[in-house]
Design a protein around this ligand. Structure first.
Ligand code: AMP
Length: 436
């Protein structure tokens, strides 16, 4: 099979790396891809081919898919989903993994997701949808501080503001409506009750009818150790057996993922693809944990995907096909037992301004078969790999437990360098505390 993968980051590198291991895959085209992706080789010896495409250009992506005529297209990032790339490719008779534009609203509109959850009794924080500052002023008294203000649409991780006072919330709302926060105006926002607890990312594979458990992970959004500094796209993630108990895993499936799939189908927007549930485990007075949904993503997360796919032993093509065909309930997903970790090597200054074009050394120095260096923001220049983004590399390792996986990752990181490379040294601290 020829497979087309849309995207260019660490997540797409992990997807291509995983596809390349499948004996069913004879050719991989990645648009636009990156130099790490270009090094992936199928089992028949064919290297992945990267072709340029603008991820904001729906017609360009459709034309590319038509020209390549792949047996399957896999869409990595949220933007092409929000543009309706799945709908377009389906209407051309192409097989594609991912949700339609309508189903992707679970991610692309916070108000859609909140109203959907309220309609169907899916546990989430109390909220109000506001269309003006007057609405915000009217609704705020219902919320005790701190209060969370969220831009409705896709915001690349910048649309959520945690406000300590109502005044701060009004200011954040004003910035969201005016465009000062995101660079473009928003007509809708969500006010939300502030929840405390530990966060968990829960990934379900969905086929329009069934949701099955794929993996649980924890990510680290803040740029510096000790969860300090500004929020980023993610500085690291890990998975570990025992991160969620089998009982909690079943509860999350029965009370969140499966109801989402059932209700989306009933509302004529069947959900196919990865449902990423961002969960807050809220401690209750009786000592139990009440999981509540913070957000949905309708695709693989980055960098969780790198940590998840390094453990995937099943053929990833079977996962994608079953999600399209409605047979995920028949699938047996095999993961390598143990734990995995992905630590992001970032450019100095990220998530603010950062330099690019810095040569990266040591990429060929890693000989441990349990370590993979996924490229997030790199470019090839004069036969050299250089930095080309805020998040540059995702150094990823798998082992029997988290401690050796971390040791392998941090050992590898010591052999890789570029000027002012920055990475967190405390990825997985919660799990280590809990003895995973
Ligand atoms: P979201 O994009 O909605 O997941 O929000 C991004 C991050 O903001 C989450 O991962 C949480 O750390 C934080 N956050 C979002 N909503 C809430 C909430 N209701 N209470 C506390 N923290 C939140």
């Amino acid at each position: 099979m020829t497979i087309l993968v849309i995207g260019s980051g660490g997540r797409e590198h992990a997807i291509v790396w995983s596809l390349a291991r499948s004996p069913r895959v004879t050719e991989i085209v990645c648009a636009p891809g990156n130099p790490g992706i270009a090094t992936c080789t199928c089992t028949n010896g064919t290297s992945a081919r990267c072709v340029p495409v603008n991820l904001t250009h729906l017609t360009a992506m459709v034309a590319l898919a038509q020209a390549e005529a792949p047996a399957l297209t896999v869409i990595g990032p949220e933007l092409p989903l929000s543009l309706g790339l799945v709908d377009e490719l389906q209407s051309l008779g192409l097989r594609v993994f991912g949700p339609t534009r309508a189903a992707a609203q679970l991610e692309t509109s916070k108000s859609f997701a909140k109203q959907f959850m309220r309609r169907h009794g899916i546990p989430t924080a109390a909220y109000a949808v506001c269309f003006s500052l007057d609405d915000v002023r009217q609704e705020l008294p219902r919320f005790s501080a701190p209060v969370v203000v969220k831009a409705d649409g896709l915001a690349a991780g910048k649309g959520v503001v945690i406000c300590q006072t109502h005044l701060e919330a009004e200011q954040a709302a004003a910035e969201i409506f005016s465009g000062a926060l995101l660079g473009s105006t928003e007509s809708t926002l969500v006010l939300e009750e502030f929840l405390t607890g530990e966060e968990l990312s829960f990934f379900a594979l969905c086929d329009g009818q069934h949701a099955v458990f794929l993996a649980a992970a924890q990510d680290h959004k803040r740029v510096n150790d000790g969860d300090t500094g500004p929020n980023t796209g993610g500085m690291g993630a890990y998975t570990a057996d025992g991160l969620v108990s089998p009982a909690m895993q079943q509860w999350l499936l029965d009370n969140i993922a499966q109801p989402v799939v059932d209700r989306m189908r009933r509302e004529d927007t069947p959900f196919h693809g990865i449902l990423f549930c961002g969960i807050m485990m809220v401690p209750q007075p009786d000592g139990t944990l009440q999981p509540k949904v913070l957000e949905f993503n309708t695709r693989f997360g980055d960098p969780e995907t790198q940590a998840i796919l390094i453990r995937l032993e099943s053929d990833i093509v079977d996962l994608f096909e079953s999600a399209i065909e409605g047979t995920v309930d028949e699938l047996k997903i095999h993961m390598r037992p143990g734990a995995s970790v992905c630590v992001i090597a970032a450019s100095q200054g990220y998530p603010g301004k950062y330099p690019t074009g810095l040569p990266i050394s040591g990429l060929d120095s890693i000989s441990d078969a349990d370590v993979v260096v996924f490229h997030s923001g790199t470019a090839a220049e004069d036969e050299e790999i250089v930095t080309a983004g805020g998040r540059v590399l995702g150094v990823t390792a798998v082992s029997t437990t988290l401690q050796p996986a971390l040791a392998k990752t941090y050992t590898a990181l010591q052999t890789i360098s570029f000027e002012d490379m920055h990475y967190r040294r405390d990825i997985g601290w919660r799990a280590l505390r809990d003895g995973l």
